[in-house]
Design a protein around this ligand. Structure first.
Ligand code: AR6
Length: 167
């Protein structure tokens, strides 16, 4: 598997699938979730609504992943995953790792060869970047997947530098 790091906006990435750091409701939010729905258009939310009306009536559990169309984005699919909120009192790193492995598992079911990830849980959900980078890189490296390219799309220079140091 080829692992690459880029600094930029994930909504601009050409990849078979881009991953969204969503929340359980799948109804959109701020951060990368807001950007994906804004730029991708209403088609994505429409599919999310159908998922909520069907299989995910109670919402998508933390650490799980599900795919929709990518609407107007230059990707074929958006894989929505729900990161854990960072906690000082409880070790939730297995749930964060699960976001990466479950997203890759969904990518495999789609036949996606290239997948772009944001740094899940490192914004509104408060996960320290260095620890999140360690967990993300380890999870992706150890994943049993047919995906041949994983790209981490880091929003700012500091996040990029942290991932680069870890890599
Ligand atoms: N491209 C790439 N990375 C981005 C972009 C972008 N366009 N925008 C932000 N980031 P966050 P979370 C980075 O808050 O912490 C939403 O409301 C950002 O700098 O998007 O998992 C959801 O609905 C940070 O490093 O996701 C949930 O309620 C990283 O993406 C909640 O936020 C993740 O930040 C999820 O929180």
């Amino acid at each position: 598997m080829k692992l690459t790091l880029v600094q930029g906006d994930i909504t601009r990435q050409r990849a078979d699938a881009i991953v969204n750091a969503a929340n359980s409701s799948l109804m959109g939010g701020g951060g990368v979730d807001g950007a994906i729905h804004r730029r991708g258009g209403p088609e994505i939310l429409e599919e999310c609504r159908k998922l909520r009306a069907g299989q995910y009536g109670k919402g998508l559990p933390t650490g799980r992943a599900v795919a929709t169309t990518a609407g107007r984005l230059p990707a074929r699919w958006v894989i929505h995953t729900v990161g854990p909120v960072h906690s000082r009192s409880e070790d939730r790193s297995a749930l964060l790792a699960s976001c990466y492995t479950e997203s890759l598992r969904v990518a495999d079911t789609l036949g996606a060869a290239s997948v772009a990830f944001p740094a899940i849980s490192t914004g509104i959900y408060g996960w320290p970047m260095d620890d999140a980078a360690r967990i993300a890189l380890e999870a992706v490296r150890q994943a049993d997947t047919a995906v041949t390219e994983v790209r981490f799309v880091l929003f700012d220079a500091a996040a990029y530098a942290t991932f680069e140091a870890r890599l």
